[in-house]
Design a protein around this ligand. Structure first.
Ligand code: PRX
Length: 644
């Protein structure tokens, strides 16, 4: 295909030539603009050019225990510091701050699930719950800087425990409840968590998934964990006698704890959380976010991109086990004093109308979801969408991967009824907040994340860091610091520098390929590294390969992404089997089970193929690029480094 950028291009599943022909433009309605905090998009972008001033103004929305001396310290790049010497507490700002306002008795968390159970927690109730748990954590010996891990479903206790950590300065490290034993152990041990919170299970498509069983097995390999707190969430009976010595029920733990706990004055740069994500090599990266800058970035983007007002009901479907849930299901909305809806369940159970029924029932006004879910639900046409009144919706959003124009149009017409604009937000675990996104007053093009947020300097460059001409593909980079940027990779500063900052000196290399069109709109094409995007989840090819080779039948493995109409990508694996093994049905089933056990259902296996050899460089590195080209029937390109 002509005009395609080399490197990384094989990872792309979008035909960018077609995309650049996408000329439709959707202007915001008069009502949307009239309501918007930012009525003129371009003026706001202009204001953002003085980015330190811009972010300093935004930081003033919070209550600080001590004002910062300097907005940004750039003396030790890329180890930037924001709001230097400020003292602040996130939980105080997300919860206590609302108690003296008319939000005191407003619902902070609206939890519901596939069984129709419902729990509404007001800001005042949340304050009490968080403080009780914070006190209980202290009794367990948790101190500022200690790590607390959660392996919990989408339940109120997950939000409460994260806020309780932030209150006392403990660093939370949530492990997505869809990950399995291998991934769990690796994350908890890297973080050396002192306390783990888990639950008896989670509701999924009419079943209860036994999380405790997975956690029981994993925890045997996690020596740092002193206490396991068990939330009785699904009502599956567990007797106290079934608990081991280091386990305690959540309700028992907080029993009798006072509902007041002084918030810890945190330095702006004190760590807030670690969240693991996949990279090009086998070991997951512990992305570390700190306190003040993160708060400023997520609150500002939530407010402006989703135009949050007092009467909003906000629903982000992203799981809290990922950055989307951290930034936009919990922290962004609570820092603005809005109500956040938390739903535990699948988008198509009991039927594919369940999300739309929830929007109607509660009157959701802002709805933020993933392209993969939209593609899945659009297969049912308007069969379910027309059963519900979705007129409460004012703004829609997507995140996690590029949205194809067909899915965008379906979402726009069937869900937004052509009046709710779609905010296609590009960002990453590392960036903490949206970096490229429209604002509601911007004209939209289906499939484009539009422009960098005010204060953000994004560009497309070649390998030497030179800007490429409009329309040409290249590496997506960010040229100036932003407040909610990650500060390092936990215990791995070298990798932090190598992967993100040293490859194209002086700028942040995001790991995505992108183009800019003649209007300056960004079109994200996909990852430039060996990371797959499966249903919006980031899965490292090396992680999957090491899961394969830990199976006794496998000698060597190489995996690539294969395009999938709903999930975006699924895994295609090439395996060299050990002598005596043949890839028969039984072994295929066994291999699938094994990978699922190691990594969880996020690693969706498409095909497995047995091969005799794998293309490698002379230094022994697998050339996945060659496999991808072969798979797609494309030209293999330069193979001069290929081993004979
Ligand atoms: O490839 C980009 C894709 O998701 C990657 C980040 O993944 P993760 O850290 O798991 O965070 C996902 C949620 C923020 C990016 O490098 N991505 C994210 N949003 C978009 C996107 N690709 C295209 N368009 C987006 N809106």
């Amino acid at each position: 295909m002509k005009n395609r950028v080399s490197n990384g291009v094989m990872n792309m599943r979008r035909d960018t030539d077609v995309l650049l022909d996408e000329k439709r433009i959707f202007k915001p309605s008069v009502e949307t603009v009239e309501r918007a905090h930012v009525k003129n998009w371009e003026t706001e972008l202009e204001k953002g050019k003085d980015f330190k001033k811009y972010w300093a103004e935004k930081a003033e929305q919070f209550e600080w225990f001590q004002q910062w001396d300097e907005v940004l310290d750039e003396s030790n790049k890329p180890f930037y510091k924001w709001f230097v010497n400020g003292k602040i507490n996130l939980t105080y700002n997300a919860v206590d701050r609302w108690l003296d306002t008319d939000k005191r008795n407003q619902v902070a968390i609206l939890y519901t699930n596939e069984r129709g159970h419902e729990r509404k927690i007001t800001y005042y109730e949340l304050y009490r719950e968080v403080n009780k748990l914070a006190n209980a954590f202290k009794n367990l010996g948790v101190k500022k800087g200690d790590r607390v891990s959660m392996y919990l479903p989408m339940c109120p206790e997950l939000l409460i425990s994260m806020l309780a950590c932030a209150r006392i300065g403990a660093i939370h490290s949530v492990v997505y409840s869809g990950l399995s034993v291998g991934a769990f152990v690796e994350r908890i041990n890297d973080a050396k968590a002192k306390v783990l919170l888990t639950a008896d299970g989670t509701f999924r498509r009419g079943k209860v998934i036994d999380l405790k069983k997975i956690s029981d097995e994993a925890i045997l390999q996690c020596p740092s964990v002193e206490t396991v707190v068990v939330v009785k969430h699904t009502g599956t009976p567990i007797e106290i006698s079934e608990l081991s010595g280091r386990e305690i029920f959540y309700e028992r733990l907080i029993e009798g704890e006072p509902a007041e706990c002084e918030p810890e004055p945190m330095d702006s740069e004190d760590p807030l959380f670690i969240l693991y994500t996949s990279g090009s090599t086998g070991k997951p990266k512990g992305v570390l976010h700190t306190t003040a800058g993160y708060m400023v970035g997520v609150a500002t983007t939530t407010k402006y991109i989703f135009d949050i007002h007092n009467d909003d009901l906000w629903w982000c479907t992203g799981d809290i086990g990922w950055i989307t849930g951290h930034s936009y299901a919990i922290y962004g909305p609570l820092l603005l004093g809005t109500t956040t809806l938390i739903y535990e369940g699948a988008p198509d159970y009991p039927d594919p109308g369940v999300w739309w029924s929830i929007i109607e029932k509660y009157g959701v006004t802002k709805f933020y979801t993933a392209p993969t879910a939209i593609r899945h639900l659009m297969r049912f046409g308007s069969k379910y969408t027309r059963l519900y009144n979705l007129s409460s919706l004012r703004i829609l959003g997507t995140v996690g991967e590029p949205i194809n124009p067909e899915a965008w149009m379906w979402f726009y017409k069937n869900i937004g009824k052509e009046k709710a604009p779609i905010m296609d937000t590009w960002w990453q675990t590392e960036t903490g907040m949206h970096l490229i996104s429209p604002l509601p007053s911007a004209p939209l093009k289906p499939g484009s994340a539009t422009m960098a947020f005010p204060g953000i300097d994004a560009d497309i460059v070649d390998e030497d860091g030179k800007s490429v001409p409009l329309g040409k593909g290249g590496y997506l980079v960010i040229k100036n610091p932003w407040p909610s940027m990650f500060r390092t990779l936990y215990k791995d500063e070298q990798r932090f520098q190598d992967v993100y900052w040293d490859q194209i000196p002086g700028v942040y290399k995001a790991g995505d390929m992108a183009r800019k069109d003649e209007d300056g709109y960004f079109w994200i094409q996909g990852r430039s590294d060996d990371v797959l995007k499966i249903a919006g989840h980031r899965v490292g090819t090396a992680e999957v390969e090491s899961a394969f080779v830990s199976h006794p039948a496998v000698a060597e493995a190489a995996v690539i992404g294969k395009a999938d109409p709903v999930k975006g990508q699924v895994i295609k694996a090439f395996l060299i089997l050990k002598e005596g093994y043949q890839l028969k049905t039984k072994l295929i089933e066994d291999l699938k089970k094994h990978v699922r056990y190691e990594l969880g259902p996020v690693a969706v296996l498409g095909e497995i193929e047995q091969v005799e050899t794998l293309p490698k460089t002379r230094s022994g590195k697998i050339m996945r690029r060659v496999l991808r080209a072969r798979e797609n029937g494309e030209d293999v390109g330069d193979t001069s480094t290929l081993e004979e």
